[in-house]
Design a protein around this ligand. Structure first.
Ligand SMILES: [Zn+2]
Ligand SMILES: [Zn+2]
Length: 375
């Protein structure tokens, strides 16, 4: 029978998660019913949620864990201070776990391995410490950054002061200025921009480890569990294009297409325009398309193998049989592979045409899968 390993519970983390969640679920609604909420409290909640989330996505994740761009001191200080307010541990700890997640995704050494189940990847890995803590030997570059080490040393104090004391003080000050009870304003700031915001930000980021490895498509690779989902991108400030991210982890973009929702990418781009960020790393378009083509080809070949296993010949689709279309895709895929290897610059129109052919094959594959065969 399945046994809950109570002897391996991380009590400090678990107590924090339970107490903050209960306060957000009971204390916040109670406060809203008894005292209501004003525009200042709403604005402070939105500011703190945005600052915390962007500090995790732009700072902890894309800047410090993946070195996908370089940032000037004000950006590093801001993201380290507001990152601490998420109470997701120090940037050094976070980056170490995250780099292991990428290196060992879906395997035992992956700290939030989705193959151990949705709840494990979401929160179980924080509550239970099943294995001894691995050595943090993959963040030696970050140890050389005095700001990262300062935050590592004082992370809980920074989080407590900036993430809880300041919202409470600001709420009290606002009420005092407007002739209202400052104690009510202080309690509101503590509960709403403080505790409720911590709980929301934590679960939105935990979703990246759970739902982003469960929901959505795999346009770049099905060799790992990460998935692309527009809904998740909206919830996670752009981190929902997780299949792309696991394929190209050093790209500062997660939503690489122009229409994809990625506020973290836009923030980094804006910072580069005002001189606060530089060295933005981008994967060339040819390499991205090559990954899409290889994946489309692999999916089509799996589908064809499935069809022949049940005795069906390749179905007809627009422009020939599915066999023919997969063969055509194979030819341009090999051509693109050679061009990428030789670093040949392909024209935008060639890339567009090949992208179009890849998409139309995928559409036809989907129609074959849902039974829409033209035989
Ligand atoms: Zn992941
Ligand atoms: Zn990552």
């Amino acid at each position: 029978m399945y046994r809950i390993p109570f002897d391996r519970v991380n009590w400090i983390t678990s107590s924090f998660l339970i107490v903050t969640a209960l306060t957000a679920l009971i204390g916040v609604p109670w406060h809203l019913v008894v005292h209501g909420i004003d525009a200042f409290q709403v604005a402070m909640f939105l500011f703190y949620l945005t600052a915390t989330m962007l500090s995790l996505t732009v700072g902890y994740h894309r800047l410090f864990s993946h070195l996908s761009f370089k940032a000037r001191r004000p950006v590093r200080v801001f993201t380290l201070v507001f990152g601490a307010c998420a109470f997701e541990n120090s940037c050094l700890d976070w980056a170490s776990d995250h780099r292991r997640h990428h290196k060992h995704v879906d395997h035992d050494e992956d700290p939030y391995d989705i193959s151990k189940g949705f709840l494990w990847a979401h929160i179980g890995w924080l509550i239970f410490k099943l294995n001894p803590e691995p050595p943090m030997d993959n963040v030696n570059d970050l140890r050389k950054d005095p700001l990262v080490m300062w935050q590592h040393r004082y992370v809980h104090w920074i989080g407590f002061f900036v993430g809880l004391v300041i919202p409470a003080a600001a709420g009290g000050w606002w009420n005092h200025l407007h002739g209202m009870d400052p104690r009510v304003g202080a309690l509101g700031g503590f509960l709403i921009a403080g505790i409720a915001r911590i709980v929301v930000a934590q679960h939105l980021t935990f979703f990246i480890n759970s739902l982003c490895h469960t929901l959505g498509r795999q346009p770049y690779s099905s060799e790992h569990s990460a998935r692309d989902s527009a809904i998740m991108a909206v919830l996670t400030f752009g981190e929902g294009y997780h299949n792309y991210h696991h394929e190209f982890q050093h790209d500062y973009r997660n939503g690489v297409k122009a229409w994809q929702w990625d506020p973290s990418k836009w923030t980094i781009w804006l910072l580069s325009k005002i001189g606060l960020a530089s060295g933005l790393r981008r994967v060339p378009d040819g390499r991205i398309l090559l990954a899409e083509m290889r994946e489309a080809r692999a999916q089509a070949e799996r589908r064809l193998a499935g069809l022949s296993a049940v005795g069906e010949s390749g179905p007809s689709v627009s422009g020939g049989t599915l066999h023919d279309r997969v063969r055509q895709l194979g030819v341009i895929c090999d051509e693109l592979e050679q061009a990428v290897r030789d670093r040949v610059e392909l024209s935008r129109s060639t890339l567009e045409r090949w992208r179009g052919e890849t998409r139309s094959l995928l559409r036809e594959l989907r129609s074959v899968s849902t039974g829409g065969l033209t035989t």
